[in-house]
Design a protein around this ligand. Structure first.
Ligand code: C2E
Ligand code: CA
Ligand code: CA
Length: 643
C-alpha cells in the first residue's frame, strides 16, 4: 500500500475510535486498552505500552500494556525481567529525550543512544529489536510516553511515525479532559457549598426552595418556613479578636445548627458572612414557630470557648412562610431578610415574623430605584479605578519595601486599570456596587447603567489626553444584560466615537455566568466587540460552569481568577490546586491570567512563582477616584521616572 493510503487509513482508524461515543464515555483504563490494541494491530506490532512520568520526572510507571503474544489466560505476566517502573538514574539519556523529542525512533533499539541502557535487562530478555516511543505532552510538559515494540527488526515509515504521534496526542487530550473534569468537580463543590462550614450555600438554598415550591404547587398543598439567622455583634468580634476568631465562631454556630434536631428541618445553609438560613418544611406552622425559635436559641446561645476566649452569642431571627409571604425563592429571601432587619432594630437576640407591615425595605427599594434611574439619566454615577500590574515588573508594593516613604519611585506604571462604578447617594454616602447593582438589575436598569459607566470612562480618557497624561488600558465590566443585547457593539462604537476614544484602549470583563446560554447572538456580539479592537476577559473565573469547549469557542483572551480563590493562598490546599488548574487550563488555551484580590506579600510571591501574568488587589491599591488615580499612578509616576 502506498504511503499516502496508509497514512489516511491509520488516521481514519484512530478517528473512528476516538470519536465514537462509547470510547468518549469509557473509563481511562478502557480507553488506553482500546488505543494500545488499535496501535498494535494497525502497525502489526507485538507490544504497545503507555507509561506515566512522575511529577519530579524521575520515574516512569507502566500504566497499560497490550501484548499481542500473551493470551489473556497467561496473566499474570510472566515477564519478571521487565520492570513496571523505570528510573531516570538508570536511563538518563532516555529521560532526557522524553523531555525534548517528539519521537524516539529506535529501529536498532539495542544500540540506539536513547534506548541502549534497556538492552541487558529489558530488550534482550524480551527479544525486542525495534522501538518507537512518542512522549505525551500536557501543555508544554511531558507527562508520559507511548512505546511501540517489535520483536522483529523494523524500520519505521513516515505514516507510522505520524500515526504514533497522533495516538500520543489523543492520550494527551484524555489527560486534559480528566484534569478539567477533576477541577470542575472541585469548583462545583465551591459553587454549591460553603467552604468554611461545609454547609450548603445560597445557590443550593435557592435551588432547594425552587424544588419545594414546585412540589407544593404540583400537589396543591403544603407550606414551609424560611428562617434567616444573623449573628449579633460578629463585627465586634472580628474587629476586636481578629477574623480567625470570627471564622471559628461561624464554624461553631454552623456545627451547632447542623446538630440541632427539629421536626421538618430541611436544608441549612450559610448564606453570607455571619448569616445562616434554614428551611423548615412542615404543616401548619404558626404555633410551632415559637417552639422552633426557642430550640434554635437554646442551641446557639450557650457561651462558646474559642482560642481560650469565652464568648456569648445571640442572633437576630427573621421568619417568613411559603406561600403567604412570597411566591418564589427570591421574594421569600427578601421577606425573611426584611423580617430579620426588623428584629435587629428591636435589639439583640430578637425574632420577627414577616407581615405586611414590614414593607420598609420594599418601600425604600422603590425610592432607591427612582433615585438610581435619575442618577443614571444625569450621569451622576462615579467611576473609580484600580491598577493592574504585570507580575514581572516592580510594583508600588515592592518599591515601597525598597525605598520606604517614596513608595512610587521605581515602581513601574500599571499595565491596565479596572473601572469600578460607585454611586454617591445624597443621604447614604458613597455606595459600592454590591449596594445598588441588585436594585438596578431588579429595575431593568443594567444596560443603561453600563452605558453610563462607559461614557464616564471615555470622558476620563478624553480628559487625560487633553492633559497629556497617558492612561493605561481601561477594563470595563459588562453585565449579562449588556452582552445579551445585540445592539451593544454599536453602542460601544458610538460612545467611543463621541469621545474620540479608540476601542483598543478598552478591555471588557464579562462574568462566567453571563455567557452561560448558548446563543448565536451572544457569540456574534462578542466577536463584533473584538473585531472593533477591544479585548475580552472572563471575570470571576472559577465561580461558574464554563465548559472547556465553550471557552475555546468564544473570543476571550484573558481570565480573571476570582478573589475567593486567592484569599487563602498559599495555606489552603484546595484553593492552590484550583488556582493551579485554572492557570494550567489558561496556558493550554493560550489565555493570560489576572489574579484578583492580591492582598499580601504571600499571595504575590505564590502567584509570581506560578507565573500568573497579572496582579490586581489592595496590595497595590484600592480603587481610587479618577483624579487620585491619575495623580498617584500616572502623573506622579511620570515625574518619578524623569527624576
Ligand atoms: P469585580 O469585577 O470582581 O471587581 C473587583 C472587586 O473586588 C471590586 O469591588 C474591588 O474593589 C474588589 N477588590 C479588588 N482588590 C481587592 C482586594 O485585594 N481585596 C478585597 N477584599 N477586595 C478587592 P467593587 O468595586 O465593590 O465591585 C464589586 C463588583 O461589582 C465587581 O466585582 C463587579 O462585578 C461589579 N461592578 C463594578 N463596577 C461595575 C460596572 O461598571 N458594571 C457592572 N456591570 N458591574 C460592575
Ligand atoms: Ca471585574
Ligand atoms: Ca472579578
Amino acid at each position: 500500500m502506498s504511503d499516502s493510503r496508509l497514512f489516511t487509513r491509520f488516521h481514519e482508524q484512530l478517528m473512528q475510535l476516538s470519536h465514537s461515543a462509547e470510547f468518549i464515555n469509557d473509563h481511562r483504563e478502557q480507553k488506553l486498552a482500546a488505543l494500545t490494541e488499535l496501535c498494535a494491530k494497525a502497525l502489526g506490532m507485538d507490544r504497545v505500552s503507555v507509561w506515566q512520568l512522575s511529577h519530579g520526572h524521575d520515574r516512569l510507571n507502566r500504566e497499560h500494556l497490550f501484548d499481542r503474544n500473551r493470551r489473556p489466560a497467561d496473566a499474570p505476566a510472566p515477564d519478571t525481567a521487565e520492570p513496571p517502573v523505570l528510573y531516570r538514574s538508570d536511563h538518563p539519556r532516555y529521560f532526557q529525550q522524553l523531555e525534548k523529542a517528539r519521537l524516539i525512533d529506535a529501529s536498532h533499539a539495542q544500540t540506539h543512544s536513547a534506548t541502549q541502557s534497556f538492552t541487558a535487562n529489558y530488550l534482550i530478555p524480551l527479544g525486542i529489536q525495534s522501538m518507537l516511543d512518542a512522549p505525551i505532552f500536557d501543555g508544554a510538559r511531558p507527562s508520559g510516553v507511548i512505546c511501540i515494540e517489535s520483536l522483529a527488526l523494523h524500520h519505521w515509515t513516515l505514516p507510522e511515525l505520524s500515526f504514533v504521534v497522533a495516538v500520543a496526542d489523543t492520550i494527551s487530550l484524555i489527560n486534559t479532559q480528566e484534569a478539567w473534569l477533576d477541577s470542575k468537580r472541585k469548583l462545583e463543590y465551591v459553587t454549591r457549598f460553603d467552604t468554611l462550614t461545609g454547609l450548603a450555600n445560597l445557590n443550593s438554598l435557592r435551588d432547594r426552595m425552587g424544588y419545594l415550591i414546585s412540589k407544593i404547587r404540583r400537589r396543591k398543598t403544603g407550606r414551609f418556613a424560611l428562617l434567616w439567622l444573623d449573628l449579633d455583634r460578629l463585627k465586634t468580634i472580628n474587629d476586636g479578636l481578629g477574623p480567625q476568631v470570627g471564622d471559628a465562631v461561624i464554624a461553631e454556630v454552623g456545627r451547632r445548627l447542623s446538630d440541632l434536631k427539629l421536626p421538618g428541618k430541611d436544608l441549612l445553609a450559610r448564606i453570607g458572612g455571619d448569616e445562616f438560613a434554614l428551611i423548615v418544611d412542615h404543616g401548619p406552622l404558626l404555633d410551632a414557630l415559637d417552639e422552633l425559635v426557642n430550640r434554635i436559641r437554646q442551641e446557639i446561645e450557650p457561651p462558646l470557648k474559642i482560642h481560650g476566649q469565652h464568648l456569648s452569642l445571640s442572633a437576630s431571627l427573621g421568619i417568613c412562610e411559603y406561600p403567604d409571604d412570597g411566591h418564589d425563592a427570591e421574594s421569600l429571601l427578601r421577606s425573611a431578610e426584611a423580617a430579620m432587619y426588623h428584629a435587629k432594630q428591636r435589639g439583640l437576640g430578637q425574632t420577627c415574623r414577616f407581615d405586611s407591615s414590614i414593607q420598609t425595605t420594599a418601600r425604600s427599594r422603590f425610592a432607591m430605584e427612582r433615585e438610581l434611574r435619575q442618577a443614571i439619566l444625569n450621569e451622576a454615577l462615579e467611576v473609580h479605578y484600580q491598577p493592574i500590574y504585570s507580575s514581572d515588573v516592580r510594583t508600588p508594593a515592592s518599591a515601597e519595601a525598597l525605598v520606604g516613604a517614596e513608595a512610587l519611585v521605581g515602581a513601574e506604571a500599571p499595565v491596565s486599570a479596572e473601572a469600578l462604578v460607585r454611586w454617591e447617594h445624597p443621604d447614604r454616602g458613597l455606595l459600592t456596587p454590591i449596594e445598588f447593582l441588585e436594585v438596578a438589575r431588579g429595575a431593568g436598569l443594567m444596560y443603561e447603567l453600563g452605558s453610563c459607566v462607559l461614557r464616564l470612562v471615555c470622558r476620563h480618557l478624553q480628559q487625560a489626553r487633553a492633559r497629556q497624561a497617558k492612561l493605561p488600558v481601561i477594563s470595563v465590566n459588562l453585565a449579562s444584560e449588556q452582552v445579551l443585547n445585540p445592539k451593544l457593539p454599536d453602542d460601544i462604537a458610538s460612545i467611543c466615537q463621541e469621545f474620540g476614544v479608540c476601542p483598543s484602549v478598552l478591555h471588557f470583563e464579562v462574568t462566567e455566568d453571563a455567557i452561560q446560554g448558548d446563543s448565536k447572538t451572544l457569540r456574534t456580539t462578542l466577536n463584533r466587540i473584538v473585531a472593533a479592537g477591544s479585548e475580552l476577559a472572563i471575570d470571576d473565573f472559577g465561580t461558574g460552569y464554563s465548559s472547556l469547549a465553550r471557552l475555546k469557542s468564544l473570543p476571550f483572551s484573558k481570565i480573571k481568577i476570582d478573589r475567593s480563590f486567592i484569599m487563602d493562598i498559599p495555606d489552603d490546599e484546595d484553593d492552590c490546586a484550583i488556582t493551579l488548574s485554572i492557570l494550567g487550563l489558561a496556558r493550554g488555551l493560550g489565555l493570560s491570567v489576572v489574579a484578583e484580590g492580591v492582598e499580601t506579600l504571600a499571595h504575590e510571591q505564590w502567584l509570581r512563582a506560578q507565573h500568573c501574568e497579572f496582579l490586581q488587589g489592595y496590595r497595590y491599591s484600592k480603587p481610587l477616584p479618577f483624579e487620585a488615580f491619575l495623580e498617584r499612578f500616572i502623573l506622579n509616576h511620570a515625574t518619578a521616572i524623569r527624576t
